[in-house]
Design a protein around this ligand. Structure first.
Ligand code: ADP
Length: 358
C-alpha cells in the first residue's frame, strides 16, 4: 500500500501535567483541505506547530510521503505558514516580502521576479508590489502573507486562524479567495479555526478537537448529519438537547419518554464511550432548530413560547418545555406568523433527523 501523503501518528504533547495533545492520529491525502476545529485550548495549534517544527512532540510521529520529518529542523521542512497576526517584514515592500523565501533558497533573480509576479497575480495583488505592509489593509496583508507562504511551492500549507483579526465581511471575502487558491494550486492545506462556519465553508474534511483529542473527522455533512458524539453535535450547527425520563434501545433505534410523559420513537442512537455503564435515564435527544415544526393538530411535545427573533432570511423561536428546558426552532417568517411569547403549542420533528445520545 502506498503511504498516505501526510500521516500524524499517535501524536502526544505534554507540558508538565498539561496534556495539550493526547494521541492524535490523522491520514491526510495530497491536495486535501483539512481543518482543525475546536474550542480554545483543545490542542489545535499545538498539533499544527508540531508539523511546523516549532515544538518537539513528547511522543508519536509525523510522516511526509512516508518519511518522518521530526528530525528535520523547522526551516528545512519546506512547509508554508500563515498566522493570525500579520507577520510581514515591515521594512520590506510587498515584492520583497514575497521574494524573501526564494532569496533565502538562493534562486536566480529572474526566476524570483517571475515567481513573485505569479504569486501576486494568484492573490490578486498585481500592482501592489511597491507598497509597504503598513500601507495595506489587514486583508491585503494576509494575501501577501499567503503569497509569501506559497512562493516556493511548499507541499503543505499551515494556516493558524489567519482571518480572526478581520471583520466578518472581509473574512468571508478572503475565505472565497482561499478556496480559489486551494483549487488553483492543489496545495495540501491544514487550517486551524474555532469558527464552525469558517470550517464548513473551507474544508474538504474537518477534524473536531476537544481536550487534546480528535472526536470525529469527516466532511461537514458527515459531522452535521451523523455526529459521533454530543460534543460534535453541539459544536457543528445549532442544536437543542432534551433530557429524557426513560430510554429504551432496540438495535440502532431508541424510544424515549420525556419528563412530561411525551413519547418519541424511532430515534437514531449514538453511544458515547462508557455509555454501557450509564443508567437508562441518561439519554439526551438532540434536535436541530430547522427540524422542528409547529403541530396544529396538537400532537407532539407541549411547549410555551419564550421569545421570537426576526433574523431576515428566517426567524427563530425559543420554546420552553413543561420541565423547563429550552428548545429552538428556525423557520420562515410565514411559518411562524402568529407565534408570540407566552403562547402554547405542540411541536414535533421527524425522529430520523434527530439523535439520541446515550
Ligand atoms: P488551541 O490551539 O486549540 O487553542 P493549544 O494547542 O494552543 O489549543 O493548547 C492546548 C493546551 O496546551 C492548552 O491548555 C494550552 O494552555 C496548553 N499549552 C499550549 N502550549 C503550551 C506551552 N508552551 N506551555 C504550557 N502549556 C501549553
Amino acid at each position: 500500500m502506498t503511504p498516505a501523503f501526510l500521516s500524524i501518528r499517535s501524536l502526544r504533547q505534554t507540558y508538565g501535567s498539561v496534556v495539550a495533545v493526547d494521541d492524535v492520529s490523522l491520514e491526510i491525502p495530497e491536495g486535501e483541505f483539512l481543518t482543525f476545529l475546536g474550542p480554545s485550548g483543545s490542542g489545535k495549534s499545538t498539533t499544527l506547530y508540531a508539523l511546523a517544527g516549532f515544538n518537539e512532540p513528547t511522543s508519536g510521529d509525523i510522516l511526509l510521503r512516508g518519511a518522518s520529518i521530526l528530525s528535520t529542523p523547522s526551516h528545512k521542512r519546506n512547509i508554508g505558514m500563515v498566522f493570525q497576526r500579520y507577520t510581514l517584514f515591515p521594512h520590506l515592500n510587498v515584492r520583497e516580502n514575497v521574494a524573501f523565501p526564494l532569496r533565502v533558497r538562493g534562486r536566480p533573480a529572474a526566476e524570483i521576479a517571475a515567481q513573485v509576479d505569479r504569486m501576486l497575480a494568484l492573490v490578486r495583488l498585481d500592482g501592489y508590489g511597491d507598497r509597504m505592509p503598513g500601507h495595506l489593509s489587514g486583508g491585503q496583508q494576509q494575501r501577501v502573507a499567503l503569497a509569501r507562504a506559497l512562493a516556493y511551492d511548499p507541499p503543505v500549507l499551515l494556516m493558524d486562524e489567519p482571518l480572526s483579526a478581520l471583520d466578518k465581511k472581509l473574512r468571508e471575502e478572503i475565505q472565497i479567495e482561499i478556496r480559489r487558491i486551494h483549487r488553483e494550486t492543489g496545495v495540501t492545506i491544514l487550517y486551524v479555526t474555532h469558527d464552525q462556519e469558517e470550517a464548513l465553508r473551507l474544508s474538504d474534511r474537518i477534524a473536531v478537537f476537544n481536550h487534546g483529542r480528535i472526536e470525529q473527522v469527516g466532511s461537514g455533512r458527515d459531522l452535521y448529519h451523523d455526529p459521533a458524539t454530543r460534543f460534535v453535535a453541539s459544536f457543528i450547527g445549532d442544536s437543542s438537547f432534551l433530557d429524557t425520563a426513560e430510554t429504551k434501545v432496540a438495535g440502532e433505534r431508541g424510544r424515549v419518554v420525556f419528563p412530561d410523559g411525551t413519547v418519541v420513537a424511532d430515534l437514531p442512537v449514538h453511544r458515547s464511550a462508557g455509555a454501557a455503564s450509564s443508567g437508562p435515564a441518561a439519554g439526551q435527544v438532540m434536535v436541530r432548530p430547522q427540524s422542528l415544526r409547529l403541530d396544529v393538530k396538537g400532537q407532539g411535545l407541549p411547549v410555551r413560547v419564550l421569545d421570537v427573533t426576526f433574523l431576515g432570511d428566517s426567524s427563530t423561536v425559543q420554546f420552553q418545555t413543561a420541565w423547563g428546558q429550552e428548545l429552538w426552532m428556525r423557520a420562515s417568517a410565514e411559518a411562524i406568523a402568529g407565534v408570540s411569547p407566552e403562547a402554547t403549542f405542540h411541536v414535533n420533528w421527524n425522529p430520523a433527523e434527530s439523535h439520541l445520545f446515550l
